[in-house]
Every structure is written in structure tokens, then in C-alpha cells.
Design a protein around this ligand. Structure first.
Ligand code: MN
Length: 327
């Protein structure tokens, strides 16, 4: 067995009571036996999860409600109430294992002011580390100026925003007849990568330069296209003006996790583009294997300083945990 390094993981999901209805759309496509096992793991915030973490050398995880959560709630009032309910539930469960678990808040983006207020409550009163939002809310994207109130608050609180996948609201013609493409295999990455680019090209990071957005799944492929974003945006700017080159917002504002992409060549490429400070380990529990993710990062061909940053140093800096390596 390879040498284990201490790890922090950031895209680790649970299911709060009553939130199953929102997740049916994608969970129904998972085979029966796997679905039962997933249900058990999602609702456990105790021994099963801690056992897997211990075996993998994962010290601390930041928990988030599994998708799409309140992003799929059509009633604004209900979204506000359920986000709050979710965060209170999670805070109570974290209190049983405060050294092992932290939380990302569920926020009702249906109402940007309410989302900012709930984020602040979750960070200031519940001790959460930021928010995890499952993509668009009923087709609304957060580069819209209506969300400036939210970004301003996020920046002031100095916490990260995890932009997590969700289904596209409407499928483009290229997906017709291929349901296997619309989901975790491909569609979620296209949807989420596009949303992250909307934030970048929409000027959110110029208006709020302190905002940190975390994108999972090896940055949904975006790091590999940094050079092309500069080159082609330079050729076709459509009147859009940015303070920096598109590539310069990577790592400054966009950071990534390795969730669900356990490939050494992909990791090396991402670190090459982002630098060692822009990449963080994650599992995507319970949809991905904790053991496989740990083995992947423990055996990745990189120097120990880089491994320490990717496995825990960058997360410690971003989440303001007790730092154990210089970053
Ligand atoms: Mn996930």
C-alpha cells in the first residue's frame, strides 16, 4: 500500500430529511442496488462516512446537500425556508463530530438578498465555510447584476462558493437521442463550465476581485482551455471588456478540485495550468469511491510540497483552518 498523506475533501454530499424529492430526477437513473447503497451513505453523517475517511487518510470534509437541493424549488418562500432548515440540520450533525466535518451552506438564489443573508447567517452563526450551489436556479445564472448583492457579501465574508453541477434547463439539439450524455458523463460538465465562464466573462471577478469560485471535476475541463480562451476571446471579444486576460482569473478567482477525475495525466495538466495553489483534492462522496480517490492522490507523480498543497494546504488557506504547510 502506498504512503498516505493527510487530506481535506470539499465536494462531499449528504441528504437532509425531505430533500429526496429534489434529487429524484437523477437518482432514478442509478440501478436499484446502487441506489439503496447511495441512500444509506448520503443519510449517514456518522460511522460509515468516518470509517471511509479514516481508511483513506481524510481528516476533514466539508459537507454539502446533494443536488439539486433548493436550486430546483419553484417557490421562493419555500426555497428560503428549506435552505435555512437544511443548514440548521447540518449544523446539528456537524456538532457531533466538529473536528471531522464542516459545512457548505445551501442558499436560496431565487432571492439574491435572501441568499446573501442566509450565507452570512450560516458563516457567522453556524460556522460554515461558504456555500455550495447546484448551478443555475430554474434557468437563472449568477453573472446577472441582480446577484451583485450576493457576491459582495461573499467577498466581505471571505468564504468560497462551490459551483456544483446540475442538469441543463433545456437540451441543445446536439444531445438529442443521447440521454447517456446528459448528466454526470458530459452534460453537467458543459453546463457547469459554461456557468463558470459566464461569471468570468460577465465581469463578476472584476466587480468582486476577492471572490473565489471552486469548480469540481478537474475544473470541468476548463483549465485545459485557458490558452484558447485568451486567444479566441482576443479575436472575438464581442465588445466585452475585462480587466485581465481570461487565463489570469484562473487560480486568482477560479480554483478547482479533483473530484471524480482520478487520472494522473489530467492532474498534472491541471497543476501545469493552475499552479499548485489552484488545485484541491476532493472525492465527490458517495457517488465516487473514497478509496480510489485517495489511492489516486497518494500515488500521483508530484513532489511532496505540491502534494501537501493539493491534499490539504490549499484547503486550509481557503477555509482558514489551522495551516500546516506554507502556501
Ligand atoms: Mn458532486
Amino acid at each position: 500500500m502506498s504512503q498516505q498523506i493527510r487530506k481535506i475533501a470539499l465536494e462531499e454530499h449528504f441528504m437532509a430529511p425531505g430533500f429526496e424529492e429534489y434529487s429524484k430526477a437523477f437518482i432514478q437513473h442509478i440501478p436499484d442496488d446502487q441506489r439503496r447503497q447511495l441512500g444509506t451513505k448520503l443519510s449517514d453523517i456518522d460511522e460509515i462516512r468516518l470509517g471511509e475517511m479514516d481508511k483513506a487518510g481524510i481528516d476533514y470534509v466539508v459537507l454539502s446537500q446533494t443536488g439539486p437541493a433548493v436550486q430546483a424549488e419553484p417557490s421562493v418562500e419555500k426555497a428560503i425556508a428549506r435552505a435555512r432548515e437544511n443548514n440548521d440540520f447540518l449544523a446539528r450533525r456537524i456538532a457531533n463530530h466538529p473536528a471531522r466535518f464542516g459545512g457548505f451552506a445551501c442558499v436560496p438564489m431565487q432571492d439574491p438578498q435572501a441568499a446573501a443573508a442566509e450565507l452570512e447567517r450560516a458563516v457567522m452563526q453556524l460556522g460554515f465555510h461558504g456555500a455550495l450551489v447546484n448551478g443555475h436556479t430554474l434557468g437563472t445564472y449568477y453573472d446577472d447584476r441582480r446577484f451583485d448583492v450576493f457576491w459582495e457579501r461573499l467577498q466581505a465574508l471571505d468564504v468560497p462558493f462551490y459551483l456544483h453541477p446540475i442538469d441543463m434547463l433545456a437540451l441543445p439539439p446536439s444531445f438529442a437521442g443521447h440521454p447517456e450524455l446528459n448528466g454526470a458523463t458530459w452534460g453537467w460538465g458543459v453546463e457547469t463550465g459554461t456557468h463558470a465562464l459566464r461569471l468570468l466573462f460577465g465581469g463578476v471577478f472584476d466587480r468582486y476581485p476577492g471572490v473565489k469560485v471552486i469548480v469540481g471535476h478537474m475544473g470541468e475541463g476548463l483549465p485545459f482551455l485557458r490558452w484558447r480562451f485568451d486567444s479566441r476571446f482576443g479575436a472575438y471579444p464581442f465588445g466585452v471588456k475585462l480587466a485581465l486576460k481570461p487565463s489570469e482569473y484562473f487560480t486568482r478567482n477560479l480554483v478547482i478540485t479533483t473530484s471524480g477525475v482520478c487520472s494522473h495525466p489530467a492532474l498534472m495538466g491541471a497543476i501545469g495550468e493552475m499552479g499548485a495553489q489552484g488545485v484541491m483534492f476532493s472525492v465527490d462522496y458517495p457517488y465516487e469511491s473514497t478509496a480510489a480517490a485517495a489511492e489516486f492522490i497518494d500515488t500521483a507523480p508530484m513532489d511532496e510540497g505540491t502534494r501537501a498543497l493539493v491534499c490539504h494546504g490549499n484547503a486550509e488557506r481557503l477555509l482558514k483552518l489551522n495551516a500546516t504547510v506554507d502556501a
